[in-house]
Design a protein around this ligand. Sequence first.
Ligand code: AMP
Ligand code: ZN
Length: 450
Amino acid sequence: MLKLYETRSREVVNITGSAGQLKMYCCGPTVYRDAHVGNLRTFLLSDLIVRAAKLSGLNVTLVQNITDVGHMAADLEDKILSQSKVEKIDPFEIVKKYEERFHEDLARLNILPADLYPRASESIELMISAIEKLIENGSAYIGTDRNVYFDAQSFPTYGAISGNRLGALKPGYRLETTEDGAKRFHADWALWKIAHDRTQMVWHTPWGLGFPGWHIECSAMSLAHLGQNVDVHVGGIDLRFPHHENERAQSNALTGHETVTHWIHGEHLLFEGRKMSKSSGNVVLIQDIIDRDLDPLSARLAFLENRYRSQMDLTWASLKAAHSTIKRWRGVVASGGASSDVESDSEIENALLNDLDTPKALQRLRAIEKDARIDPSRKRALFLFADQVLGLDLKRVPEEKVLTREQAALLQSRQEARLRKDFAESDRLRGLLEADGLAIHDGPDGQSWS
Ligand code: AMP
Ligand code: ZN
């Protein structure tokens, strides 16, 4: 059985679904720019849960929304409309472009496609009827500025996921364009906003021309496509508050019960020790990894080397190391023949199902790789078993390449260095050869390479 750490109950819980079926929702991208490797770490978490749940025998339905309207930045500008000004193209062209690139990036990381990717801009009717229902049942109201607000105080268990209870929230933390006094309470958030002078991406509603708030889209789409109960809801740790608190309040106010059984959050990714941000110039995309001649799946392996619940630091060095490991493992798999048989391994299976302990599963693979008592075809079958969840495409047959003249010369110099016992030089040359993609082995008969 799959176990995961659940944020609201703050404990590791069994993920059972119901009647063999697991209904999952993962907050999707805001498509105004390329997803960076941090975003992708979170989307990979949802993929790992899907694959591990399948391994545990569940059928999974995954819905992931595409936020193509309504997400405001800290400066209160709509992220998509600002980007449309920068690129001088229509906002609907912007979202189309980045939505396509999002799917490409998922494929490059071997993330299995979701069953459905509903777009916010095509779910406006769903949001309007959800908001109407919330007004009707007293959970929402029309503010004096004509925006529609959720009445946070009507939801007594607000804060259960993040621990941010209403009473302790300070006014002013919300990023809302509101006139003073338009809301009843400072923590109320907008479900629908009046357009004022905005002319793009606006819709007619009973409350006037306007556009939706960000949080309502996830409630409307998850309830419409997964029903009144969602087993697992996934997102990055920053979404715990306010996004998931608000979503929980809205969904529960609509269904009258606890709608999401398990809230699962992935920790953030740093790059070379720093938070990724445009201003510090260290935003890394999958394309940047490919441009350095590294397999994009090296990012996947580098993520798997860390558990999803710990913050991790991705570096170019770790990506390079992951790149050579994948190549080496594809070699191990290729040397084991061509059969598609998998052989399950309880250590790997237990590690993966135990709150996605991917570092432990990888450690076991390394032990299998080194174990001379395991014959090559069995190694292949064990690796292929693990790869069902790891998703490193280990079955891919490594490319055959001929040695370049420079590589041959380096190998020759290294052999000579070893003969004269100049191990410092031999290590230096090994470094150069490995950086060039060769694997070097020193055995009783001298050096060999692949
Ligand atoms: P966005 O496109 O900004 O709405 O973000 C999409 C997803 O990426 C959300 O689940 C965020 O929580 C997540 N996310 C954003 N930054 C990072 C990061 N540095 N590391 C991991 N996940 C992140
Ligand atoms: Zn969401």
